[in-house]
Design a protein around this ligand. Structure first.
Ligand code: V1P
Ligand code: CA
Ligand code: ZN
Length: 387
C-alpha cells in the first residue's frame, strides 16, 4: 500500500497540542475548539502525519506573551476565574473587553498560552530552518489587541509569531482569508514597513464585525511614516463565488508579492469564509478556499499557515485537512477514509468537498465591475511602494 509520501525538497511541520481541544467557551458560543479534534482526526485518517514533522508545542510563557501584550492584561488573564466579578463600574464595561464575545471560562489562560505557544513554535521552526511550511490550526486569532480581548481572541498569536519572524526576516507578508477583517494584526504593524498586512473580508462598517478594513485604510496618512501604504484591505459583499474569489485572490496577492518582495509569508486561513458557515456570508467552497493556500505555496517562500475563525465544525475540519494535504503536496481521495473517527459528524456526504446546498447560499452582491474596481484600487496603493 502506498501511503502518503514526504514532500521532496522541503519540510512541512505540524504544531498541535491536543490539550487545547477540550476547552469550552460556553454552550451558546460559536467558537468550538473541538473543531481541532475533527481536523486532526481527518489528517491522521489519511495518513498525512507520515509526511510531516509533528510537534506538541509547550505553552508560551507569560514573558513571551508580554512581547506584544501589556503586563497588566497578561496578569489579568493569568489570575481571572469564571466566578470573579470583572465588571468595571468606572468604565461601565467588563475589564479588558471580556464579556459575551470573549467570555472567561475555565482554563482560559492555559488555552491562550497553548495556541500562542504553538504559533511561536511554528515560527521558530521556520527561522531555524527546520521547517519550510509550518502549520498551526489552533492559531490565527487576529482580533486580539495589546491591552484587550476582541472577537473570540485574547492573545494575538499572529503578532507574536511575526515578531519572531522579524528577528530573521527583513519583510513579512501577512495574508488573511478569514471572513472578518484582521484588525489586530493590522493595528500592531500599522506603523512599520517590515510587515505588509493584506486582509480579504466582508466589510460593512455598521453591520459586520469588526467594522474596519475599508479599501482606503492603508496605513498612517503621513506619507513619511514607514507604515504608509503597507496595510491593504479587500472589502467584499455577501455571497462571493468560487471563481470570483480565486481570481480576486490571485490578482491581488501576485502584485503584492512582486512589489513587496517578502522573505516569508504568514497565511491566516480562517474557515468562516466558506459557504455554509454559521457566522460567515460567502459562497466559497473548500476547493476554492484551498486554492488560495495552493497559490501562496507556489511562491516557494517559507510559510506559516494558521487557522482562525470557522464555525461550522465539519466544514472547518475538512478545509484545514485538505489544506494540510496541499501543503505536503499529497493527492488525497475525495472520500473521507472509512475508518475516520467521528465519521457520523461529517454529514451525509462522506466527502472532503461537500456541495454548498442552495438553502445555505447568500445572494451574490459582488458584481464583476465592483471586484475589478477593488483590484484597481489595490494596484493604485501598490504604486506608492515602487521606488
Ligand atoms: O458582532 C459582535 C459584537 C458583539 N456586539 C456588541 C458586536 N461580535 C461578533 C464577533 C465575531 C468574531 C469573529 C472572530 C474571527 O474573526 C476570528 C476567530 O472569526 C459575534 C457574532 C457575529 N455573528 O458576528 N459574536 C457572536 N456572533 C456571538 C454569538 C453568540 C455568543 C457569543 C458571541
Ligand atoms: Ca480577513
Ligand atoms: Zn472570522
Amino acid at each position: 500500500k502506498n501511503g502518503i509520501q514526504r514532500p521532496k525538497g522541503y519540510t512541512v511541520s505540524y504544531h498541535a497540542n491536543p490539550e487545547m481541544e477540550k476547552m469550552h467557551f460556553g454552550p451558546k458560543h460559536p467558537m468550538k475548539p473541538w473543531r481541532l479534534t475533527l481536523t486532526n482526526k481527518i489528517v491522521l485518517a489519511y495518513g498525512m502525519h507520515e509526511a510531516m514533522d509533528l510537534y506538541i508545542p509547550r505553552a508560551a510563557t507569560s514573558q513571551e506573551l508580554k512581547d506584544f501584550h501589556r503586563e497588566d492584561y497578561i496578569e489579568f488573564l493569568q489570575r481571572v476565574t469564571p466566578t470573579d466579578n470583572t465588571w468595571d463600574p468606572e468604565s461601565g464595561q467588563y475589564l479588558f473587553n471580556t464579556g459575551d464575545d470573549c467570555p472567561i471560562f475555565d482554563g482560559l489562560y492555559n488555552y491562550c498560552s497553548l495556541y500562542a505557544g504553538a504559533s511561536l513554535d511554528a515560527a521558530r521552526k521556520l527561522t531555524n530552518l527546520q521547517s519550510d511550511i509550518a502549520i498551526n490550526w489552533s492559531g490565527g486569532l487576529h482580533h486580539a489587541k495589546k491591552t484587550e480581548a476582541s472577537g473570540f481572541c485574547y492573545i494575538n498569536d499572529i503578532v507574536l509569531a511575526i515578531l519572531q519572524l522579524l528577528l530573521h526576516h527583513p519583510r513579512v507578508l501577512y495574508i488573511d482569508i478569514d471572513v472578518h477583517h484582521g484588525d489586530g494584526v493590522e493595528q500592531a504593524f500599522w506603523s512599520t514597513d517590515r510587515v505588509m498586512t493584506l486582509s480579504f473580508h466582508k466589510y460593512n462598517r455598521a453591520e459586520f464585525f469588526p467594522g474596519t478594513g475599508a479599501l482606503d485604510d492603508t496605513g498612517p496618512l503621513r506619507n513619511d511614516s514607514p507604515g504608509a501604504h503597507h496595510s491593504l484591505n479587500v472589502p467584499l459583499h455577501d455571497g462571493i463565488e468560487d471563481d470570483q474569489y480565486i481570481k480576486l485572490f490571485q490578482d491581488v496577492v501576485r502584485p503584492c508579492v512582486r512589489t513587496y518582495q517578502p522573505t516569508v509569508i504568514v497565511l491566516q486561513c480562517g474557515a468562516d469564509s466558506l459557504g455554509g458557515d454559521r457566522l460567515g456570508c460567502f459562497n466559497v467552497n473548500i476547493k476554492a478556499h484551498g486554492a488560495c493556500v495552493g497559490f501562496v505555496k507556489k511562491f516557494g517562500l517559507p510559510m506559516l499557515v494558521l487557522g482562525g475563525g470557522g464555525y461550522t465544525a465539519r466544514n472547518v475540519a475538512k478545509a484545514w485537512a485538505y489544506e494540510t494535504s496541499l501543503c505536503i503536496g499529497a493527492e488525497v481521495h475525495p472520500n473521507l477514509p472509512a475508518h475516520t473517527p467521528y465519521l457520523e459528524h461529517f454529514g451525509n456526504e462522506k466527502t472532503l468537498f461537500p456541495k454548498l446546498d442552495s438553502t445555505n447560499r447568500y445572494e451574490n452582491k459582488n458584481s464583476r465591475v465592483y471586484l475589478e474596481s477593488v483590484v484597481m484600487g489595490i494596484m493604485e496603493k501598490l504604486r506608492y511602494l515602487q521606488g
